[in-house]
Design a protein around this ligand. Structure first.
Ligand SMILES: Cc1ncc(C[n+]2csc(CCOP(=O)(O)OP(=O)(O)O)c2C)c(N)n1
Ligand SMILES: [Mg+2]
Length: 338
């Protein structure tokens, strides 16, 4: 039975909440554009996957869970970390390999982490973190805690063995995990229809693992909020795990080096017409919460914030050579126990 989701009452977010989501999405967009620039300036090394276009997914869904709930995601993690409230300076410092970075400069773009904010990464191996989400869900159930896990992954991850082993256990033990696939249409350059035997992803977990699948428009922040709120209620009520297929789109290449021969400019433009930030902006304008001057002021404020974070991160020191083995392996008796 998926009664809680089916009967989810319409939630009308407050003007302050919607304005906050608008700011968060605009912050993620500007942060990512700064990353692209810093990458070209060779301040960022290694892999770097941008979240431009997908902002409404992280912002709408993370707004619907509590700070005590666990968040875990794959390598396209900048947007989730910002929506979870991580500080831009510690994120940029991480990208620049600095000791003040959230993972002490040793994780980089794909390994953002914040134990205090219950943000469990940032994971580079496709689907490698889905079993970890199930472990977190198991811990919650074992300890009888009032928490849920929000686990994000890409459409490509659903064809990995680890995903299926993990979902089987989550279904079997009715664990409080929201599995959220960010279906942006592609795994690197391969379209989902060329990789998945059943391309309507929400159908893939119900019969197989007893985990009901839902569908939501990932370009709509309010829809994301509403769906995730209902999903969290479902998990908190002890009904088990839920799967949500989020239809979204990335505007930029898979990573920083992607000639994008697998799609046309027209295809990208057709999604940009439904831009999640533009969409919320339109709504806020109709409610007289935004006008040209306010939009400009918000963008200027965010620009100044990101530039300040960039300057501080740029000036920060690199880790010491002596620190090379610190924070690599966990001390099971140390402070980082769950
Ligand atoms: C186990 C594994 N195989 C291959 C890769 C290389 N790889 C990195 S990202 C990626 C595509 C994943 O696509 P998707 O899950 O749809 O996420 P998206 O990039 O669209 O967010 C692949 C194959 C990897 N990191 N891990
Ligand atoms: Mg994808």
């Amino acid at each position: 039975m998926i009664t809680l989701v089916e009967q989810s009452q319409k939630v009308e977010p407050s003007p302050a909440q919607m304005m906050d989501w608008y700011r968060q999405m605009a912050l993620i967009r500007q942060f990512e554009l700064r990353c692209a620039q810093s990458y070209q300036q060779q301040k960022i090394g290694g892999f770097c996957h941008l979240y431009v276009g997908q902002e409404a997914v992280a912002v709408g869904s993370i707004a619907a869970v509590r700070p005590t709930d666990y968040i875990i995601t794959a390598y396209r993690d900048h947007g989730h970390a910002i929506a979870r409230g991580m500080d831009c300076q510690s994120l940029l410092a991480e990208l620049y390999g600095k000791a003040s970075g959230c993972s002490h400069g040793k994780g980089g773009s794909m390994h953002f982490f914040d134990r205090e904010k219950n943000f469990f990464g940032g994971h580079a191996i496709v689907a490698g973190h889905v079993p970890l989400a199930v472990g977190l869900g198991w811990a919650i159930k074992y300890r009888k805690e009032d928490r849920v896990v929000l686990c994000y992954f890409g459409d490509g991850a659903m064809n990995q063995g680890a995903f299926h082993e993990a979902l089987n256990l989550a279904g079997l033990f009715k664990l409080p995990v929201i599995f959220m696939v960010e279906n942006n249409g592609y795994g690197m350059g391969t379209h989902v229809q060329r990789a998945s035997a059943v391309s309507e992803l929400k159908l893939r977990t119900g019969d197989a693992y007893g985990i009901p699948g839902k569908h939501v428009d990932g370009m709509d922040c309010l829809a994301m909020y509403e769906m995730t709120l209902a999903a969290a209620q479902y998990c908190r009520a002890g009904q088990g795990a839920l799967f949500i297929e989020v239809k979204t789109y990335r505007y930029r290449g898979h990573s920083m080096s992607d000639p994008q021969k697998y799609r046309t400019r027209e295809e990208v433009a057709s999604y940009q017409e439904h831009d999640p930030i533009g969409r919320l902006e339109k709504l806020l304008r109709t409610k007289n919460l935004l006008d040209d001057a306010k939009v400009q002021a918000i963008n200027n404020e965010i620009h100044a914030h990101v530039e300040e974070a960039h300057h501080q991160a740029d000036a920060a020191p690199f880790p010491q050579t002596d620190d090379v083995w610190n924070d690599v392996y966990a001390n099971p008796y140390g402070p980082y126990r769950l």
